[in-house]
Design a binder for this molecule. Structure first.
Ligand SMILES: NC(=O)c1ccc[n+]([C@@H]2O[C@H](COP(=O)([O-])OP(=O)(O)OC[C@H]3O[C@@H](n4cnc5c(N)ncnc54)[C@H](OP(=O)(O)O)[C@@H]3O)[C@@H](O)[C@H]2O)c1
Length: 306
């Protein structure tokens, strides 16, 4: 008799997020088989005990299949390909940040084949996953959540169940609209303080200890102080999430003035060619618009994660 942590797991998408998530499962002892479009990115998982699939048909025969790709179009593409053959998983746990509409379409596609579906987007970047602090927000059948929960807990400690259907999607969209707006706001006030004469590390040290400081402001501080913009989350993926937020605002007739302005600032950053760096490059754009050139302060600052 198989136990609740004895399911075979399929993993689709081993990009920045997917790789670390699948690695946690493999390290936790789960029976994981991963597939990635660019196979080389999945291969290091073999050292952790996972198998690497040659095609999506192999993934279809696993009990629970997780998916972590980029956009709804990508999710649709991998799911359609996975379901071409005869095999099918019992449960799909879809973790990419996608629209309510895409998620509902996926639910229809899966339920027509008798597959249960949990929408399970996440909060946190790859470093947050490594630090064991990723959180999931989930919606769909409670039974599917309960079955997936032991695996979610292997990846991150927090998994909230918010109800049926696509509710988790709107929670994640709201979360990332906040991420964009907060990052732009932090860039504005950091540049303002600096132009008035306060070093960024001193300003952010105060902010991080104030009531306005957060896990996020702390873990973005090294990038803001020392200008390390190695990508954690691309400007294009953040723009996608701002667009999802603005579209949801239209659908539910909610004005989103701050989200709209921030979306266009992210667009400007991409238009300037700053698309391969971290989205925190919003700081550089703000500095340029303020007529100052930033230089790394080369001050060691903690990110609050390690
Ligand atoms: N990075 C973050 O901080 C963060 C945080 C929370 C949520 N998210 C969300 O998580 C998702 C993944 O983000 P990420 O940062 O991990 O992105 P990423 O590093 O760009 O990885 C994207 C993954 O999707 C795969 N992929 C994309 N299009 C595909 C297609 N058409 N067919 C097959 N595979 C495809 C890529 O395969 P290849 O390797 O072959 O390109 C790669 O494995 C996104 O929805 C993002 O919004 C990201």
């Amino acid at each position: 008799m198989r136990t609740h942590t004895d399911q075979t797991i399929g993993w689709i998408g081993t990009g920045r997020m997917g790789y670390e998530m699948a690695a946690h499962l493999a390290k936790g002892g789960a029976d994981v088989m991963a597939w990635n479009r660019t196979r080389a990115k999945a291969e290091p998982l073999e050292k952790l005990g996972a198998k690497v699939a040659g095609d999506l048909a192999e993934i279809a025969s696993r009990d629970i299949v997780f998916c972590m790709v980029s956009t709804w179009d990508d999710v649709e593409q991998v799911m359609t390909t996975m379901l071409k053959g005869k095999s099918r998983p019992r449960i799909v746990v879809e973790c990419s940040s996608i629209s309510l509409e895409g998620s509902a379409q996926l639910r229809e596609m899966l339920s027509a084949r008798g597959i249960e579906y949990l929408a399970a987007p996440v909060s946190g970047n790859a470093k947050v996953i490594k630090a064991g602090r990723l959180s999931f927000v989930c919606s769909g059948p409670r039974k599917a959540f309960d079955e997936a929960l032991p695996y979610l807990k292997m990846i991150g400690p927090a998994a909230s169940y918010v109800g049926e259907g696509e509710l988790a999607r709107i929670v994640k969209i709201c979360h990332n609209v906040f991420l964009g707006v907060v990052t732009q706001s932090l860039a504005e006030i950091t540049v303002l303080a600096q132009k008035a004469g306060v070093p960024r590390h001193a300003f952010l040290a105060f902010m991080n200890q104030s009531v306005m400081g957060s896990t996020f402001s702390r873990y973005k501080t090294p990038a803001f102080v020392n200008l390390d913009f190695k990508v954690t989350f691309t400007p294009a993926l953040l723009r996608k999430d701002m667009d999802l937020g603005i579209d949801a605002g239209k659908r539910f007739e909610v004005p989103m003035p701050l989200a709209s302005a921030t979306r266009d600032l992210i667009q400007s950053m991409i238009g300037r060619g700053w698309s391969e760096q971290d989205f925190a490059t919003l700081l550089l754009q703000q500095a340029q618009a303020s007529g100052i050139e930033l230089v790394p302060e080369n001050v060691p600052v903690a990110d609050g994660l390690s």
